[in-house]
Write a protein that binds this ligand. Structure first.
Ligand SMILES: Nc1nc2c(ncn2[C@H]2C[C@H](O)[C@@H](COP(=O)(O)OP(=O)(O)OP(=O)(O)O)O2)c(=O)[nH]1
Ligand SMILES: [Mg+2]
Length: 504
């Protein structure tokens, strides 16, 4: 196993116009300050304020959006990072691990990864994701492209159908069909930061948001050694070369993760578990008292001094004891959050330290807060109550169904752009309007320039005479549509759908 030296991991160089030479501690810190500026000032971060965390199209501003959730994750991530660093300092291990001059960047990378962790999420969260994937699956039939060409291949796109005797091209067709049918928020995040927004962040900062290491075109089960790390798609074919370079720059094996990513993940898990329940109370899905009862019942065995008693019961009792100054509900959540953090953060920090060799090499195949401990059990308790009582609430499910319809509806509306031939679409891209395609021209005009540019750049690198040209061109055209629709906020997609359906 490689020696643990974070100086070989925290790569502060950038893909373009990178700072050169040897840098002092202060100079390195300044590079990460620049990353912070790039991230906080990006439109993609601002759009998170109108994206669903749990409750779609929520008008009550006290209920969390992806942005306010991400701010909380940032705070928890910072807490875990500081806890890890101070423990290492106490044990005089900072220098041993090459961290003595990198504590600032360590914290900053975690914080900014937390702020960005949901940046690629489509409107309506998992339902938007499902809508995009169902829509593309129905048209590209990836399951009909698993091995040999089939005579009854259900793929609607002629250029993507596998054909006898074209093994190399078939491999590409297979890859493209699977990749496009696996839209995923985390993978879109990598694409957004690199290809679409061109934020040119440091390698370490991007590495920290590569949460899952499975390529979107992957077929079949991932290897058991990486089952957790490859649980979901983490990046697309369009970013394959970039991710390969990223791995080289961060000394990561093929399906390994960047060490600080585990901290971001734990911060997310800790944040949303209490927050989702608090939002449900704010939304009057249940009262704080009913919530306490749900938690009590779901915990099962109640022993004196259990983690439940220390965290949940304690919060409940304290909130009852002094309800003079603030509402008992607010107090309950304040104590619940504080108690939960005070237990889970030190635990996550210690688990990081205890498993440092495997985490440093990127192969630790679990979340920090996923084991047999009471701490993980507490987290599960919150999540299970949310699944059972909150996510399945009729109002929430109704809105999710509408969100699903909006995203599939928008894909139907933009479909004519995917039905143009390669040559016609090329002409449309060049001239921006074509008399003979009035609908397509208008739809094309609506796509955002940033997304169109990414398409043009990708296609300009292809050779038009090559056999794979139609396959790759179509791939990037589908990406363009997915970029545009997934980049909308909930509200924008909702309004846009109604406008285009001429409902208003
Ligand atoms: N309304 C609703 N919310 C859900 C559902 N499942 C999870 N959530 C909420 C719980 C959290 O606040 C948030 C977490 O969602 P993410 O999209 O970040 O996914 P998650 O963290 O599970 O996975 P990932 O980040 O991709 O590893 O979404 C659901 O079925 N309905
Ligand atoms: Mg998440």
């Amino acid at each position: 196993m490689a020696e643990i030296d974070f100086r070989n991991k925290i790569n502060w160089r950038r893909r373009y116009r990178s700072p050169q030479g040897v840098k002092t501690e202060r100079e390195i810190l300044r590079i990460f300050e620049s990353d912070r500026g790039r991230i906080i000032n990006s439109a993609a971060i601002r759009r998170l304020q109108q994206k669903t965390q749990v409750f779609p199209l929520e008008r009550n501003a006290a209920v969390r959006t992806r942005l306010t959730h991400s701010l909380e994750v940032q705070q928890v991530g910072r807490y875990i990072a500081k806890e890890i660093l101070s423990r290492l300092k106490e044990q005089r291990l900072l220098e041993t691990y090459g961290l003595d001059e990198l504590t600032g960047p360590f914290e900053s990378i975690v914080e900014m990864a937390c702020l960005m962790h949901d940046i690629g999420n489509p409107p309506f969260g998992h339902f938007g994701e499902a809508a995009i994937n169902d829509w593309f699956r129905q048209r590209l039939a990836p399951d009909d492209a698993v091995s040999q060409p089939l005579s009854d291949d259900r793929c609607e796109v002629v250029a993507l159908k596998l054909r006898e005797g074209e093994d190399t091209l078939n491999a590409l067709r297979r890859k493209v069909r699977h990749d496009l049918s696996h839209f995923e928020g985390n993978a879109q995040g990598i694409r957004l930061v690199h290809t679409l927004m061109r934020m040119n962040l440091t390698w370490a900062q991007v590495g920290c948001i590569l949460k899952y290491t499975r390529p979107a075109w992957w077929i079949g089960e991932p290897p058991a050694s990486h089952s957790y790390l490859m649980k979901k798609p983490g990046y697309y074919f369009s970013e394959e070369a970039y991710v390969e370079r990223l791995r080289k720059e961060l000394n990561l094996d093929t399906y390994s993760r960047f060490p600080l990513t585990w901290i971001m993940e734990a911060a997310d898990d800790i944040s949303y578990c209490v927050a989702d329940l608090e939002d449900a109370v704010e939304k009057r899905i249940f009262s704080a008292e009913q919530l306490y009862q749900h938690l009590y019942d779901a915990w099962g065995q109640h022993e004196k001094g259990s983690l439940f008693a220390q965290v949940v019961e304690n919060a409940w009792e304290k909130s009852r004891a002094n309800s003079m100054s603030r509402s008992a509900e607010d107090q309950f959540f304040m104590y619940l959050r504080v108690n939960t953090l005070n237990k889970l953060v030190p635990y996550a920090a210690q688990r990081f330290i205890d498993n440092l060799p495997q985490i440093f090499s990127g192969e630790f195949n679990h979340a920090l807060l996923e084991d047999e401990s009471g701490f993980s059990q507490l987290l599960e308790l919150y999540k299970n109550v949310a699944i059972k009582q909150v996510f399945s609430h009729p109002d929430v499910e109704q809105l999710e169904l509408q969100g699903y319809r909006v995203i599939s509806g928008l894909l139907d509306i933009y479909r004519p752009l995917l039905q143009l031939s390669t040559a016609d679409f090329a002409e449309l891209v060049e001239k921006e309007r074509l008399r003979r395609f009035p609908i397509e021209s208008r739809l094309f005009q609506k796509l955002s320039t940033r997304h169109r540019l990414a398409y043009v750049e990708a296609v300009s690198k292809l050779s038009p005479d090559a056999a794979e040209y139609p396959v790759l061109e179509y791939y990037h055209r589908c990406r363009l549509i997915q970029d545009y629709i997934s980049g909308m906020t909930d509200l924008y997609s909702w309004d846009e759908y109604r406008r285009l359906m001429a409902v208003e």
